[in-house]
Design a protein around this ligand. Structure first.
Ligand SMILES: *Cc1c(COP(=O)(O)O)cnc(C)c1O
Length: 369
């Protein structure tokens, strides 16, 4: 019996390499509250990602919630139905009504051509997702936001290290939020960050993530506890030393899948736009009608062989009970998202996945009559 292969495997450097970091924490006895590793990781990530200001948080979801608080977003927010539930949940938790707008069938990102029709008096922001790390049409989205005076908060949970011709895609919008969850390209076990355009915004986010404390006696906002601990930040520092190698291993896996699958009838491999340095965070395929099996049958077929792909993103957010009564959640209005939710299968991709394993997966998919 061959070993099971899951969709993601966390990047875990050898444990011996982590011990000296832990020793430092034990020595100086600073466990959290913006300690030395927290400070170091913020600086190192700014440098690595090519952004000016970044605030670490304990996870990406708290990052989204804190970003919305930071910009005082209220009323309605236009967002994508095709994402992980945390995108829409962050809105509900802030008492904001999500308004779902369909995705572009090519990129599976929010379709800018459909945003304006969904804007009302109550709309205060747009929350798009760089799905699978493939950049949204940021220029078109910004143009609409400027015209209607809306804020833009990118859920950039998938987009660590993604660059367009102008630099990091995390620079777009009023704020961008990344996730460092164990399953993401860069992980701190749990963690996340908000990328801020200027020092004042970062300062405000820093207050918000620490209960609103400015100093011992002054509280300026109803903040939350969103701080990243020293253990998580230290692990991030260690991860950073391995990230370039991890990205090139992901690229190897991506290339091996494409070489094997692009000629398979009915299978379409999604890819990012040209001129974008992607991060190979996911390997989504679309299982079309010309393929011998439907998506769910292929998903099961692989599972029977111990290969656990994931149907990201199925079910669609608007079909969950807390969303389905919303007018914008009517599935007839979201045909491209519905189609993607029915056809996409994300194949295993992570640095330790061997080329032999990829070839085995390709062989199973290609072997269908
Ligand atoms: C992972 C993810 C999140 C949540 O991030 P956490 O760090 O797990 O809280 C939000 N949005 C998207 C699109 C994600 O994939």
């Amino acid at each position: 019996m061959t070993k099971s292969i899951y969709v993601a495997q966390p990047l875990l450097p050898p444990i011996e390499e982590f011990i000296p970091y832990l020793q430092k924490i034990w020595d100086n006895k600073i466990l959290t509250n913006g300690g030395p590793f927290h400070q170091q990781l913020e600086e190192a990530l700014c440098k690595y990602l090519g952004v000016k200001h970044l605030a670490l948080l304990s996870n990406g979801t708290l990052g989204l919630m804190t970003a919305l608080q930071g910009l005082r977003v209220q009323g309605e927010v236009i967002t994508t139905p095709y994402s992980f539930v945390a995108t829409a949940h962050s809105l509900l938790w802030n008492g904001i009504r999500p308004v779902f707008v369909d995705v572009d069938p090519g990129t599976l990102n929010l379709d800018p051509g459909k945003i304006e029709a969904a804007i009302t008096e109550s709309t205060s922001a747009i929350m798009p997702v760089h799905c699978y790390g493939h950049p949204c049409d940021v220029d078109a989205i910004q143009k609409i936001a400027d015209k209607h005076r809306l804020k833009v908060i990118y859920d950039a949970a998938h987009a660590f290290g993604v660059r367009d011709t102008g630099g990091s895609i995390l620079r777009h919008g009023d704020l961008s939020v990344v996730s460092f969850h164990a399953t993401k390209v860069f992980n701190t076990f749990e963690g996340g960050a908000i990328i801020c355009p200027d020092a004042e915004t970062k300062q405000h986010i820093d207050y918000l993530k620490n209960f609103g404390f400015v100093n011992e006696t002054t509280v300026v906002a109803a903040g939350i506890n969103g701080k990243m601990s020293e253990v998580n930040a230290a692990f991030g520092m260690l991860q950073l030393q391995h990230i370039d190698r991890a990205l090139s291993e992901r690229q190897r896996v991506d290339a091996a899948y494409r070489a094997g699958l692009e000629s398979v009838r009915g299978i379409r491999c999604l890819r990012g736009p040209p001129n974008v340095q992607v991060n190979y965070a996911y390997f989504p395929i679309l299982v079309g009608p010309e393929y011998a099996l439907c998506r769910d049958a292929l998903y099961q077929r692989l599972k029977d062989e111990g290969i656990h792909g994931r149907r990201y993103f199925y079910p669609l957010i608007p079909s969950f009970p807390m969303y389905r009564e919303l007018p914008s959640a009517a599935l007839d209005n979201l045909p491209c998202a519905v189609n993607a939710a029915e056809k996409v299968l994300c194949l295993p991709i992570y640095p330790a996945l061997t080329t032999d394993e990829v070839e085995r997966i390709v062989h199973i998919i290609a072997a269908q009559p």
